[in-house]
Design a protein around this ligand. Sequence first.
Ligand SMILES: C[S@@+](CC[C@H](N)C(=O)[O-])C[C@H]1O[C@@H](n2cnc3c(N)ncnc32)[C@H](O)[C@@H]1O
Length: 277
Amino acid sequence: MMTSFFKEISDTEFDLLRNVIFKESGISLTDKKKALIQSRLIKRLRILNLDSYKTYYDYLIQNYNNEIENLINSITTNKTDFFREIKHFEFIKEKILPDFEKNGIKKIRIWSAGCSTGEEPYSIAVIFSEYYKDKKMPDIKILATDIDTNVLMSGKAGIYRNEVLEAVSTDIMHKYFKRYNDEKINSWIISDSIKEMVYFRRLNLLDEEYPMNKKFDLIFCRNVIIYFDGNTRNKVINRFYDYLNDDGYFFAGHSENLSHFSDKYYLIGNTIYKKKT
Ligand SMILES: C[S@@+](CC[C@H](N)C(=O)[O-])C[C@H]1O[C@@H](n2cnc3c(N)ncnc32)[C@H](O)[C@@H]1O
């Protein structure tokens, strides 16, 4: 049994592991992230009963296809929230949806790239459902993708603890969530009507090919590229261009400025971008 006196990760071990992480996910770890890597990986070492990060690295190399998923799942930062960066949702409600309605749009395709545990795609689905509650709902599909298979599993389940739902109003809670029957934790499950709008799939933004053959009206990639280095940000942001309809909208995280990485978009406000065509 390992103890809290577990050996610290050495510089060499850190380099070996961060190189693999970068190659596989684009997540770029500076020297300051050494302690973070150590704390994120210690659970894997315990599970595998390994006594150092070098033995973990050797294990990874020998069992690459099985272990790489666990390594990436341990490293990703999955912080998210319902209605995070509320201005984006207000913009959808006040500008995008009235425009869609005015233009008689019957089919809407949305991509939440780096969706984490589902709060982002489900928030989008709720905003659309609320807008169309007394109107004929267009055909809306939200593709929710992430590299981390654990968060995708939670997203699909759609079960959230009470404290995760703080940003959700009582009215929305009553309409779109049901109490989840679990004696141990006080939790809620998202309603079937919302779940049915969202498709969770694994997608690594670094992949050479993305499997989608249609473009999207809205793309959300918020608080994902901040973990990448400059080149990867540039590559990924430019690739989104090909997946966005000419009159579509791209939503970045509030600290992410696309103009640093691409000249293919222009800002319309609150880290919401449109394509230059
Ligand atoms: C901080 S969360 C952001 C969640 C949500 N977009 C939001 O803003 O609330 C970042 C997500 O990006 C995912 N991610 C990191 N690298 C990725 C990659 N190469 N491909 C796809 N997703 C990635 C992580 O697994 C994580 O769930």
